[in-house]
Ligand binder design. Structure first.
Ligand code: AMP
Length: 286
């Protein structure tokens, strides 16, 4: 496995490799890798001739009050895990390598990026779109892999690729969960023991809504939303950022169940903001 920190060196290596390898897969991450990340890497290794994984805690996607400084970093552990999965190249530039002191260009995806997390994390998706545009230009991947856990991010990236004519296939993969159902997240490390216990309420809530819709055929979205709020607020360490029932393609609010629904949650557990979601598809009898 090759490890590159410098854009120039990385480019030199990948340009040579491009001649020999047909398909380049890319998995962007912020490191502190867990099973969710590894599922993307496994799929990329399976589907491509050469796989690049980036490890970069991107400062431009964190707000001034957010956790950039204390975001978990474990480059040694990450490299060991990636080596085991037969990753070809780890690209782990420093901040100054990606953003020069006079850096001044940003990529803004309007519309889809302004909903859900865009409302509570101002500038977040601009940072995401900017760093991914830079990575796409440096790496020239054929396929790029994302988790459905950050479902809105996936839609933002698809729009970015469509609008800026990148010749890249964007692949979204299922959410990977811990044994009790909590979605793997690097931020789970922030939780206290009690916080960790209560955090599983996100998953239980999503499952309850799915059960109501798919098994009990209960389609009253107003009542279902009330159920979500009640379940989450029953946990003393939980505070809701948003509960949204939206169309999975547009992220517009769905007033009446039409067979295709994204339930998206953002909840603070103690100080830690966790997100989770589920897409519920069901045929509503007329
Ligand atoms: P991050 O390091 O948090 O920027 O995440 C890097 C990639 O891993 C993103 O595409 C995430 O959606 C994906 N990811 C994070 N957690 C999970 C999970 N629990 N299941 C599947 N993918 C995930």
């Amino acid at each position: 496995m090759i490890i590159k920190k410098n854009i120039h060196d990385f480019r030199e290596y990948i340009e040579k490799a491009r001649g020999q390898f047909k398909k380049i897969g890319f998995v962007p991450t912020m490191g502190s890798l867990h099973e969710g990340h590894l599922s993307l890497v496994k799929k990329a290794v399976w589907e491509n001739d050469l796989v690049v994984v980036s490890i970069f805690v991107n400062p431009t996607q964190f707000g001034p009050e957010e956790d950039f400084d204390r975001y978990p970093r474990d480059i040694k552990g990450d490299i060991e895990q990636l080596e085991e999965l037969d990753t070809d190249i780890v690209f782990c530039p420093d901040s100054s390598e990606m953003y020069s002191a006079d850096y001044n260009t940003y990529v803004q995806v309007n519309g889809i990026a302004e909903k859900l997390c865009g409302r509570s994390r101002s500038g977040h998706f601009q940072g995401v779109a900017t760093v991914l545009t830079k990575f796409f230009n440096i790496i020239h991947p054929d396929k790029v892999y994302f988790g459905n856990k950050d479902y809105q991010q996936l839609l933002v990236v698809k729009k970015l690729v469509e609008d800026l004519n990148f010749s890249i296939e964007i692949i979204g993969l299922p959410i990977v969960r811990e044994a009790d159902g909590l979605a793997f997240s690097s931020r789970n490390k922030y939780l206290s023991k009690e916080g960790r216990n209560q955090a599983v309420v996100l998953y239980h809530t999503l499952m309850k809504i799915k059960k109501n819709v798919c098994e009990k055929k209960f389609y009253n979205l107003f009542k279902l939303k009330e159920m979500v709020v009640e379940m989450i607020t029953s946990k003393p360490l939980a505070e809701i950022d948003y509960v949204e029932f939206v169309d999975p393609d547009t992220l517009d609010e769905v007033p009446v169940f039409n067979g295709n629904l994204l339930v998206a949650l953002a909840v603070y557990i103690e100080e830690t903001r966790l997100i989770d979601n589920i897409i519920i598809r069901d045929y509503k009898p007329i």
